[in-house]
Design a protein around this ligand. Structure first.
Ligand code: MN
Length: 692
């Protein structure tokens, strides 16, 4: 029996009158019957890191892992051993107050039990500097390896995945998605299938996924610790299809329950219902293929409550390489395009599914069947083309005649004007609420990035007559000028068709032009390194949350970031400007070396410019999801505050991947529309911070 470890270091570092963390009492694990536990905390301290804590000898042996976990076996992550924590820490979640050791929010990222992969005493294994453990968490599964190194007086360990069925970076999807809604899978349950709740004509909507429908037999395939079944109508087909049985046995999970369609393919890889019947009657089963399109259970989790996009991401990661067990891919938002291709391939239907919908029993409005009239004349169009990621042209609107679609707008990578139009078409539903009723300026690049450009505040004469405009008094011109409003998809496509790459709406609406909806702190980087920008954005958030203000953050799409603070009605630009100036001044106290509020660029000496002067009538800030006229076809990307870490770079968000991100993350900027705040109390608290 290893000696009980003392928690003196844990105790010494903390003031239990101030921190909400549990006291240093040791307690026993409750006897041998209970499997020992582990917990991983996501600790948003000075630097975000993950703390792995393993129950050993009546306390939690702890390691801080700066880069977190990965299922990729090749990646060895540094794990710095820290002081032992009391067992009660397994359930601890809370914010350690400022000034205390480890100040910042501490949240449970994963929790479960573990077993030793070898040996019998984890304390002894640890003392040898090598610990192999099997984790049974929600996100962390399978065998993991901790190895002590000589660095940092032995405090530096390496953590990595061992070789087993869970190994492989694809499964990192488990670390990224929200698993909180998943419940425990009840063994023996025969799940009722989800069905289409109706039929619709082809449509495109960014919140929907579109899959091909396969003519075949709907089955529920289960693999559980090596036991495989393929159920259809009370019959288990698995023994009749040995190849498929084998493939299912290789799924990267201990248990998986899949929803799919069993299909027999003809020589042209086309579903053949007669061949299916023959195969099931004992004929050649080698041409049977299972197309899996949904995942109901993963290990001991019932994942049906999770959004479809997450279930499918996990399904894709869990499927082994196989020619008989295939993943049914989908396109996001582009329903009409897929329908056209599927119909051209002579196939009967597309299924549209709401991306955020849980899996529910029976017919659901969140699944819709789109029947197609097969276009027999165009059978040579390969089905694979239907799922080709590259968007194709579509005739989208009768009101706007789109032109020069093949013109290259981004010469560095050949991205065309047509792709820009496709992008705005795909994100219109998400983007338009940020433009509604706001005067919008055009910055036109008719020849794309690098070509001539011109900025237009006033609606040009040649604008189509249906395009909404509104006269607003101009202080500088001494007369009202006619402003454009981007109210719907056609307006958006019309602007883009005129060569407008990025959008420039006001911060106020035309009905109340002097009253902004958002205060914006523009972190204008120009040539400053992006890690500096991230530091300033994090500092901004700290200041804002210390005065009880919530805000959203996004990349500008170029080199900086924007922090948007949603305001209740009735505030003026003087309020929002003063407020942002105050925030900037508090930030500067600790960051004079990398940021400045000097208006003259020369005086800033390459430092970030904290620009609060944008908070003025007639000034514009690009909205979330706006494309930018810079190399890479980048977009202004809303972020979660958690994403502001060193791995982030604004170039990773482009018109090519943003529609998918919206589907996966939702609209992260929505609180700026739905959660307006009182500014006056915040201004008072800010003045307190500024010392009067
Ligand atoms: Mn920590």
């Amino acid at each position: 029996m290893a000696s009980k470890r003392r928690l003196t270091e844990y105790e010494k570092k903390r003031d239990f009158a101030r921190t909400p963390e549990p006291g240093p009492q040791r307690r026993d694990g409750g006897g041998k019957a209970r499997a020992p536990g582990f917990v991983v905390h996501r600790h948003d301290a000075t630097r975000l890191h993950y703390d792995l804590r393993i129950e050993i000898d009546g306390a939690l042996r702890s390691w801080a892992i700066p880069k977190g976990f990965t299922y990729d076996r090749e990646e060895k992550r540094l794990a710095v051993q820290t002081e032992d924590h009391p067992l009660a820490y397994e359930d601890f979640e809370g914010t350690i107050p400022k000034g205390e050791y480890g100040a910042g929010p501490m949240a449970i990222f994963d929790k479960g039990t573990y077993r030793l992969a070898r040996g019998t005493d984890p304390g002894v294994e640890c003392a040898t500097g090598e610990l192999k453990i099997l984790l049974y968490g929600r996100r962390l599964r399978g065998e993991w390896h901790l190895v002590q190194t000589k660095a940092d007086k032995g405090k530096a360990w390496l953590l990595f995945k061992s070789k087993d069925r869970y190994e492989g970076g694809e499964l990192d999807v488990l670390l990224r998605m929200g698993v909180g809604a998943a419940t425990a899978w009840r063994d023996g349950e025969v799940p009722a299938t989800m069905e289409c709740g109706g039929e619709r004509a082809p449509f495109s909507a960014s919140a929907w996924l579109y899959e091909m429908a396969f003519a075949g037999l709907r089955v529920c395939a289960t693999t559980n610790a090596g036991a495989v079944s393929i159920h259809a109508g009370g019959r288990d087909l698995a023994p009749a299809i040995p190849n498929l049985e084998r493939a299912l046995g290789n799924v990267r999970a201990t248990r998986a329950v899949l929803d799919g369609v069993l299909v027999a393919l003809d020589a042209n890889q086309r579903p053949d219902p007669q061949a299916l019947t023959r195969a099931l009657e004992g004929d050649d089963a080698s041409r049977l293929v299972l197309y899996a399109f949904d995942l109901l259970a993963y290990d001991d989790l019932d994942v049906r409550p999770l959004p479809l996009v997450d279930r499918k991401a996990l399904l894709r990661a869990a499927l082994p390489e196989s020619t008989q067990l295939l993943y049914v891919d989908h396109v996001v938002g582009e329903g009409e395009r897929l329908c056209a291709a599927v119909s051209a391939a002579g196939l009967p239907a597309v299924i549209a599914k709401k991306g955020d919908a849980p899996y529910s029993a029976g017919p659901s409005p969140e699944w819709q069947r789109i029947p197609l009239v097969p276009d027999a004349g165009a059978r040579d169009v390969a089905v694979a083309a239907a799922l080709d990621a590259r968007p194709k042209r579509r005739a989208r609107t009768a009101r706007v005649k789109l032109s020069n679609l093949d013109k290259v707008f981004w010469p560095d990578d050949g991205t065309t004007k047509g792709q820009l139009l496709d992008y705005y078409d795909a994100v219109a539903e998400t983007l338009l609420p940020y433009l509604q009723d706001r005067p919008i300026h055009m910055d036109r690049h008719p020849d794309g990035v690098g070509g001539k450009s011109f900025y237009q505040r006033e609606a040009p004469e040649h604008l189509p007559e249906w395009f909404p405009t509104v006269p607003i008094a101009s202080e500088s011109k001494g007369r009202p000028i006619r402003h454009m409003l981007c109210q719907d998809r056609d307006c958006l496509l019309c602007l883009a068709n005129l060569g407008t790459i990025d959008l420039h709406p006001w911060l106020s609406r035309h009905q109340t032009p002097d009253s902004p909806d958002w205060a914006v702190l523009d972190i204008d980087a120009k040539t400053s390194p992006f890690p500096h920008v991230l530091r300033i954005a994090r500092a901004a958030r700290k200041v804002l949350s210390s005065i009880g203000v919530t805000a959203c953050v996004k990349t500008s799409g170029k080199t900086g970031m924007h922090v948007h603070i949603p305001l209740k009605a009735g505030y003026t630009y003087d309020h929002s400007r003063m407020f942002c100036e105050g925030i900037a001044r508090v930030i500067l106290r600790d960051h004079k070396d990398i940021a400045s509020i000097e208006r003259t660029p020369a005086k800033r000496g390459g430092r970030i410019y904290l620009d609060f002067l944008q908070n003025r009538r007639g000034q514009t800030v690009v909205p979330p999801y706006s494309a930018r006229p810079v190399a890479g076809a980048t977009v202004s990307a809303p972020l979660t505050w958690d994403e502001l870490n060193s791995d982030l770079h604004p170039s990773q968000f482009t018109i090519h991947n943003m529609p998918r991100r919206i589907l996966e993350m939702g609209d992260l900027f929505r609180p700026t529309l739905s959660e307006p705040q009182d500014l006056l109390p915040a201004i008072e608290r800010l003045q307190g911070l500024l010392g009067g």
